[in-house]
Design a protein around this ligand. Structure first.
Ligand code: NAP
Length: 332
């Protein structure tokens, strides 16, 4: 059943021109106030959730222009919007939030698999169930990954993760081993073979975790377990694309270990640098990573490929599928 859009992030998207819409979506701080309440459909625990607004939406702050997004005349997946159902795993994280906001702004149907569905409520507000569906689940628990979660799903973007070093986010044993290895293995094992593309966000340095300086980052195994997760994806038979970001900048800084230890700063990094063979070292905007994930879903040449990704100051491909296709091809 269609429900009117009442969302602090997305309301401005419906009235603005496409480029500006995306710019607003991606540049606006995703609101985190809990002014939406969540109604469970069915039983407690695992299962589908419905988002319902309970208060006034927050105003969206317009940020300085990011010209690539504004200039783009077309966006990935637009024409296929009705036929795609993208499962986003880790959709409340730094990259994941941007992926979800961007899918919503493109009218691409999304489904979220979250440990805490209430986070979706506060982040994305009230959404038409045909646009955004929320399921509760923890990737560490195979029993949470009920087949109904994957029914109808055509594409998957997985951007789960935890901190590289011990932190509160490890509470309840949510360590790199459990999230980046057990979680990925469980998720991939549960996916139907009909999935058209699985995009996994991993990390640069995963093939060099025994070498300085990567071995420092890998003290608690994060790079090793991410590599094991990658290998599982590669051997799964599911068409995949692996995106290995450099140090993440911009957007929500949820992973304090990497970002504050290495003193990340937000910047105007829109020009995309892609690499192969785990040679690239540097930083990348979360906005760029989110866009790369979405673009890869539709670009045939990215199938069964692994890319490292950085971004630097300058003009970038924005949301233009043709520019992304050329970029991906240039490192093939
Ligand atoms: N930070 C960096 O500089 C850096 C560099 C290279 C690569 N990476 C990788 O890039 C990816 C995206 O980074 P990010 O900063 O956007 O991540 P993030 O903000 O840490 O988000 C991680 C997401 O994973 C979810 N998650 C964690 N444990 C889970 C579990 N057991 N079951 C289901 N979901 C779970 C979190 O949900 P909850 O809300 O439930 O916790 C959250 O939505 C991660 O894989 C990260 O390791 C990061």
């Amino acid at each position: 059943m269609a429900v009117g859009c009442f969302n602090p992030v997305l309301t401005p998207l419906v009235s603005a021109p496409p480029g500006r819409r995306l710019r607003s979506a991606l540049l606006s701080r995703l609101p985190t106030a809990s002014f939406h309440r969540l109604l469970a459909c069915g039983s407690e625990g695992r299962g589908r959730w419905r988002l319902e607004a309970a208060a006034e939406p927050q105003a969206v702050q317009e940020q300085p222009a990011r010209t690539e997004a504004s200039d783009a005349t077309s966006t990935a997946g637009g024409s296929e919007a009705s036929s795609k159902l993208v499962l986003v795993v880790g959709g409340t994280g730094g990259v994941g939030q941007l992926v979800v906001a961007s899918l919503l702004s493109r009218n691409i149907k999304s489904r979220l698999l979250l440990r805490d569905p209430e986070k979706a409520s506060s982040l994305f507000g009230k959404q038409d169930e045909n646009s955004l569906q929320v399921y509760k689940g923890d990737t560490r628990n195979p029993n949470d990954l009920d087949p109904q979660i994957f029914e109808g799903v055509t594409h998957v973007i997985c951007c789960t993760g935890t901190t590289a070093f011990p932190s509160k986010r490890w509470d309840g044993d949510n360590t790199p081993e459990r999230v980046d290895w057990d979680g990925i293995r469980n998720l991939v094992s549960a996916l139907p073979q009909t999935i058209k593309r699985l995009v996994l966000v991993s990390s640069i340095g995963v093939t060099k975790y025994n070498e300085i300086p990567w071995s420092i980052m890998n003290l608690f195994g994060v790079l090793k377990y991410k590599k094991m997760g990658e290998d599982f994806v590669r051997n799964s038979g599911i068409p995949f694309t692996i995106i290995r970001p450099g140090r993440l900048t911009d957007g929500p800084y949820t992973s304090y270990d990497l970002n504050t230890l290495l003193k990340a700063t937000a910047g105007e990094r829109r020009a995309v640098v892609l690499g192969k063979g785990d040679q690239l070292v540097g930083e990348v905007s979360r906005l760029v990573v989110a866009e790369a994930c979405i673009q890869a879903l539709d670009i045939d040449s990215t199938e069964r490929q692994i890319y490292e990704i950085n971004s630097v100051k300058g003009e970038g491909p924005g949301t233009d599928p043709q520019k992304w296709e050329e970029l991906f091809r240039s490192v093939q």
